[in-house]
Design a protein around this ligand. Structure first.
Ligand code: FMN
Length: 212
């Protein structure tokens, strides 16, 4: 049995958190605790055809963003960790400074102090030095930073493919297997002898040949 806290903050990309919840709902023996910030709720309306009510229905337990007395506000309530997807710069900053001004940052701080796994999917572009410093600080505190940067070795065809791959790779960090991740298994021998018939755009071993 695993128990995971899923946080959706107000950065663009609420679909990442929603997809996580959808995946976890279909995996037996995983209990999910959901926190959504006010702007995450707004972004669900702006960015998707879904409702906050639907997103809440995916979780085993839903906590109010302002309820500092929730179970997950205490380290004595055991969890396997927390994923914040997407993670806004504001929430990143709150976590870096242990400000615990909301349940989201309090729960993340508890996960860190208990040496449990905290995975952040920050979304902002471009990043200034202050953002980079915050990422460095949370990394030093033990958080894992998994920005939703798409991979292309798996040849995504749809936005769903891109989202599923990023989210599936985050679940890898909790040893939760999601069958939708297309894994890289290497080339047949070495990167110097890629089978160009089978995977013409996978790797360009010799950059000089790329233009030929
Ligand atoms: C449509 C929309 C997109 C946004 N995208 C981002 C984003 O990608 N990254 C970010 O840090 N903030 C973004 N914001 C701003 C945050 O929502 C805002 O800073 C908010 O106060 C974050 O609070 P929260 O972390 O408690 O959700 C966006 C806001 C809106 C309305």
């Amino acid at each position: 049995m695993k128990r995971l806290i899923i946080g959706l903050s107000g950065a663009s990309g609420v679909i990442y958190g929603i997809r996580l919840l959808e995946m976890l709902r279909d995996i037996p023996d995983v209990e999910t605790h959901l926190i959504m910030s006010r702007y995450a709720r707004l972004n669900i309306e702006i960015e998707t055809e879904l409702s906050a009510k639907y997103v809440e229905s995916l979780a085993d337990e839903v906590h109010s963003h302002s309820n500092q007395a929730a179970s997950i506000s205490s380290g004595s309530f055991k969890t396997d960790g927390m994923i914040i997807a997407p993670c806004s710069i504001k929430t990143l900053s709150a976590i870096a400074h242990s400000s615990a001004e909301s349940l989201m940052s309090r729960a993340a701080d508890v996960v860190l102090k208990e040496s449990r796994r905290l995975v952040l999917m920050p979304r902002e572009v471009p990043l200034h030095t202050g953002h980079c410093k915050l990422l460095y600080e949370v990394s030093m505190l033990g958080a894992l930073i998994a920005p939703p940067m798409p991979a292309f070795y798996n040849h995504p065809k749809t936005i769903d493919d891109i989202v599923n791959h990023s989210v599936g790779r985050v679940l890898d960090l909790f040893d939760i297997e999601y069958s939708g991740v297309k894994r890289w298994h290497g080339t047949s021998s070495s990167s110097q002898s890629v089978d160009r018939e089978k995977a013409p755009e996978v790797l360009v071993a010799d950059p000089d040949q790329a233009t030929s």
